[in-house]
Design a protein around this ligand. Structure first.
Ligand SMILES: [Zn+2]
Length: 273
């Protein structure tokens, strides 16, 4: 899949909820990479665009049954849904689809960036947005390995950019009580287990591939060197079987409410008249 069709596939998400502005808004309108320069210019100059959401994710192994783009796709999915709710106040920037994943390199297919490379890409996208007049950016992260580096870099990024900048992993929306209420395993985010599989079943079931999966048969051939990591891999494969679309829908709804409220708060604090 080339980058263009990847981005197209990431955007082909069903619509949840309706934009606060009322009426129909085509899902493309909140995706920077699908807009024309005219549309973006008008949005920033007179259309009321306040916050740009920058999704960060990964391209990495998600056990035997989930697509490797899962983390990126889930962050884009939530960002797009939130932007539609807040239209025309929010837009989604082109996602960073490869993250910091050296810990999964012993599973085939994982792509990883060095921490400095990933952070430089994130920073320069924010810098580009600033150059076009964007005054607030919310980095919405969907991959655990990116979380600490993003949070650590925030003070320096803010200093160098001079714009309102926030970074959250979307699972910050979930308390331990919510995790226990919705999931038999009680684990969020874990990895390609009950939570992420439920999310995928609700948001993009075409990225869940159980066909031909027989973990027991293949596990000896996986070649995971660290015994703790191998045990966890097996545990997550087992827990993934507990997933359902209904669990995913409930949890997506909670993350969406949280994200919309967070963006509204950023708008209120940044654009006081
Ligand atoms: Zn993941």
């Amino acid at each position: 899949m080339n980058r263009r069709s990847l981005l197209h596939a990431l955007a082909a998400a069903p619509l949840i909820g309706s934009p606060s502005a009322g009426g129909y808004v085509h899902p493309r309108k909140v995706l920077l990479w699908e807009c024309t320069r005219k549309e973006f210019r008008e949005a920033i100059e007179e259309g009321g665009l306040r916050v740009v959401i920058l999704p960060t994710g990964s391209t990495e192994q998600h056990n035997e049954h989930l697509a490797m783009i899962h983390d990126t796709a889930s962050a884009v999915f939530l960002a797009q849904q939130a932007a539609l709710r807040l239209y025309p106040q929010a837009m989604v920037a082109t996602p960073v689809p490869v993250g910091i994943s050296p810990h999964w390199m012993d599973r085939k297919g994982t792509l990883t960036l060095r921490k400095e490379t990933f952070l430089a890409v994130v920073f320069e996208i924010c810098e580009s947005l600033k150059a076009h007049g964007v005054r607030a950016v919310l980095i919405l992260n969907g991959h655990g390995g990116n979380e600490a580096p993003l949070k650590e870099s925030l003070p320096e990024f803010r200093r160098r950019l001079g714009i309102r900048l926030e970074a959250h992993s979307y699972w910050e929306a979930y308390t331990p009580e919510i995790a226990r209420k919705f999931l038999a395993s009680g684990k969020i985010p874990a990895h390609a287990a009950e939570f992420e599989t439920s999310f995928a079943l609700a948001a993009f079931p075409e990225r869940v591939h159980w066909e031909g999966v027989d973990y027991e048969k293949v596990k000896a051939r996986l070649g995971i060197k660290d015994p703790r990591s191998a045990r966890e891999d097996e545990e997550f494969a087992r827990e993934a079987r507990l997933a359902s679309a209904a669990k995913g829908e409930g949890l997506i709804g909670i993350a969406l409410e949280w994200l919309v409220a967070r963006i509204q708060q950023i708008i209120a604090e940044t654009f006081r008249s």
